[in-house]
Design a protein around this ligand. Structure first.
Ligand code: COA
Length: 261
């Protein structure tokens, strides 16, 4: 049993749900919440029963309404660096997680909440979701990777506009600019998140892991190096039972049954 105060995990049919549960403060991220979030993901990393993770916030009002402003208000310059690095480290571990991570965003995803969604591999939103980076209005900048990841996802022009105005965008606009891949009624968010995750987890787990590895490795590499890395991963998959199973199933006109090895 884990004794986290603000994070819950629940696994069903190979899909784990990690819920940030600090509803009275709109799931705002203080250092304890971030630490617990990191521990929750770590605890699921080697769990062979878990093929994908859905990350969400408790309640309908917010995914995460940002870093805890009460904590930020008291920070010194050195504490500010520590606050930023703690979040960056946990969010980076989510971005480089070996299993697919989907953010199911119901309600506000502001500041650190928006940055957390950006660190996930996929995002879907409820119709009442609102995204924004309001930091400059508080006299700070996004410090959990938002100044890097938003531009990569939606392009430089839109990222600059969102970051410098600090204004929120509605769910539909978030979909139009590629910030989320789908917008669904709030009542359907959990079910739709599972449906999308199942489309991924039905595939060969090691292949899914290697696809993530190749795509995210390429973000930090030259094209030549990334192509070399892709070939190595591609070749490595020829050693898996799952590749044999996937191809045999195709040739035998049946559905594959992957074991993740
Ligand atoms: N940090 C700390 N507490 C927060 C918070 C945050 N980022 N976001 C919300 N809360 C708290 C509020 O202080 C309030 O607590 P209280 O009931 O003890 O006073 C509670 O959550 C509910 O929020 P409230 O502001 O009353 O809800 P609202 O519906 O009027 O407004 C928001 C919702 C999201 C628009 C508003 O809470 C907000 O602007 N939050 C800050 C967003 C932000 O700037 N995030 C980036 C931080 S770097």
């Amino acid at each position: 049993m884990n004794d986290w105060e603000h994070v819950r995990t629940d696994t069903e049919e190979g899909i784990a749900t990690v819920t940030i549960d600090r509803e009275a403060k709109l799931n705002a991220l203080n250092p304890d919440v971030i630490r617990e979030l990191g521990e929750a993901f770590e605890s699921l990393r080697d769990d062979g029963d878990v093929r994908g993770v859905i990350l969400t916030g408790a309640g309908r009002k917010a995914f995460v309404a940002g870093a805890d402003i009460g904590v930020l208000a008291k920070m010194t310059p050195t504490a500010g660096v520590d606050v930023s690095r703690q979040g960056q480290e946990v969010f980076r571990a989510i971005e480089r997680y070996p299993k697919p991570v989907l953010a199911a965003v119901g309600g506000y995803a502001l500041g650190g909440g928006c940055e957390l969604a950006l660190a996930c591999h996929l995002r879907i939103a409820s119709e009442n979701a609102r995204f924004g980076l309001p930091e400059v209005g508080l006299g700070i900048i996004p410090g959990y990777g938002g100044t890097i990841r938003l531009a990569r996802l939606v392009g430089l022009g839109r990222a600059i506009e969102l970051t410098l105005t600090g204004e929120m965008v509605e769910a539909e606009r978030a979909r139009d600019i590629g910030l989320v891949s789908d917008v669904v009624p709030a009542d359907d968010l959990g079910a739709q998140a599972r449906t999308l995750m199942k489309k991924i987890t039905k595939n060969a787990p090691v292949a899914v892991q290697m696809a993530l590895e190749s795509v995210y490795h390429a973000m930090d590499s030259s094209t030549a190096e990334a192509l070399h890395h892709e070939s190595s991963l591609f070749g490595l998959l020829a050693s898996t039972d799952d590749m044999k199973e996937g191809m045999s199933a195709f040739l035998e006109k049946r559905k594959p049954s992957f074991k993740g090895s």
